[in-house]
Design a binder for this molecule. Structure first.
Ligand code: BJW
Ligand code: ZN
Length: 260
C-alpha cells in the first residue's frame, strides 16, 4: 500500500489535467448503501423491478416508495472526507473535474460547503446518472425540485407536473435509458484529455459510465484506482489503493494541496 501510495503521489504531481470518476463506494462511509456486494441495495431489491422505465410504467407506486425511502435516507447523510478532499482539489485546481455516477448529491453538497462564498462552486460534479433530489415529468420532461414526502396512497397522490399535470418520476437514469448526450460528451471529452483519472468506489460494471476511465487510458493517460475490492479496471491501473476512499483521498490529496 505504501509503495502504491508513493506511486499515486508521483502520478499526481506529474498530472496537469485530472478527472475523478466516482461511484457508490465513495458515499459508503457517509452511510449511503452501495448497489452491489453483500450489503448492496440489489441484494434486497431487484433492479428490473425498480430501476427501469418498464418497472415505473408497470408499478409507479412501488418505484416511488423505494425512491421516497432512499431520499429520506440520503437526507440524513453528509459528505465525508473523500467528497470534501475531492472538492478542495477541484476548487484549487481548475483542471480537475469530478464525474460521478452517484445520484445522492453529496459531491454537490461538499462543493458548496468547501466554497461557501462562490456560487456556483467551481467544484460541482458532472452527474452522469442524474439526481435523486429532482423530479422529472414522464410526459413533458419538465424538471422540478423533488418532493420530500411521497404519498403513495394511489396514483393520484403521486407527484404531478406543474406544467402539464403529468406523472413525475425521479430525475435519474434507469437501465435501458440513454444518458444525457451533452453530459456524457462533456465527461468523455474531459476524460480523453486528462493525464490522470482517479477511479473511486465503483464496480465499473455499468456502461457507458464504466468506459469513461478508458477514454483517459486510450489517450495515454494513467488510472489510479481507489476501491476496497478489485474490479475489471484494476489490471489497467498504474496505482491501486485498496482501502476506504475517505481516508485514502485525504492522505493522497492533502500532500498535493500543500505542494500546489
Ligand atoms: C468502496 C467502499 C469504500 C465500497 N471505499 N470503495 C455495455 C456492455 C454491457 C451492458 C451495457 C453496455 N452498455 C449499456 C449496457 C446496459 C446497461 C449496463 O451497463 N448494464 C450492465 C449492468 C451489464 N447500461 C444502461 O442501461 C445505461 N443506459 C444505456 O446504456 O442506454 C443506451 C441507450 C442509448 C440510446 C437510447 C436508449 C438507450 C444506463 C445505466 C443507468 C444506471 N442506473 C443506476 C441507477 C441510478 C438511479 C438510482 O440510483 O436509483 O445507476 S444502476 C446503479 O449502478 C447506479 C449506479 O450509478 C451504477 C453504478 O454502480 P456503482 O457506483 O459502481 O456502485 P456498485 O455498488 O456497483 O459498486 C460500489 C463499489 O464501491 C464496489 O466496487 C465496492 O468494492 C466499492 N466500495 N465501499 C472505496 N468505502
Ligand atoms: Zn409535464
Amino acid at each position: 500500500m505504501n509503495e502504491e501510495l508513493e506511486q499515486a503521489q508521483t502520478l499526481l504531481r506529474a498530472a496537469r489535467s485530472i478527472v475523478a470518476v466516482t461511484g457508490a463506494g465513495i458515499s459508503a462511509e457517509s452511510g449511503v448503501p452501495t448497489f452491489r456486494g453483500s450489503k448492496g441495495l440489489w441484494k434486497s431489491y431487484q433492479p428490473e423491478e425498480l430501476a427501469t422505465p418498464e418497472a415505473f410504467a408497470r408499478d409507479p407506486l412501488t418505484v416511488w416508495e423505494w425512491y421516497g425511502w432512499r431520499r429520506g435516507l440520503i437526507a440524513t447523510c453528509s459528505p465525508n472526507s473523500g467528497h470534501r478532499a475531492l472538492a478542495r482539489l477541484a476548487l484549487s485546481h481548475p483542471e480537475v473535474t469530478i464525474i460521478t455516477q452517484n445520484v445522492d448529491g453529496l459531491h454537490v453538497r461538499a462543493a458548496q460547503e468547501e466554497a461557501a462564498d462562490i456560487d456556483p462552486s467551481p467544484a460541482l460534479p458532472i452527474e452522469l446518472h442524474g439526481s435523486i433530489d429532482r423530479d422529472r415529468c414522464s410526459a413533458c420532461d419538465a424538471r422540478q425540485p423533488g418532493s420530500q414526502e411521497i404519498d403513495i396512497t394511489s396514483i393520484d397522490t403521486l407527484p404531478r407536473c406543474d406544467r402539464c399535470s403529468g406523472l413525475m418520476r425521479p430525475d435519474v437514469v434507469w437501465f435501458g435509458e440513454a444518458l444525457d448526450e451533452m453530459v456524457l460528451d462533456r465527461a468523455f471529452t474531459l476524460a480523453h484529455s486528462a493525464d490522470l483519472c482517479f477511479v473511486v468506489g465503483t464496480s465499473a460494471l455499468v456502461h457507458p459510465a464504466a468506459s469513461v476511465p478508458l477514454a483517459t487510458l486510450h489517450n495515454g493517460g494513467k488510472l489510479i484506482e481507489i476501491n476496497i475490492q478489485e474490479t475489471a479496471l484494476t489490471p489497467y491501473a498504474s496505482a491501486t489503493l485498496a482501502a476506504p476512499a475517505g481516508s485514502v483521498l485525504t492522505t493522497l490529496l492533502s500532500g498535493y494541496d500543500n505542494s500546489a
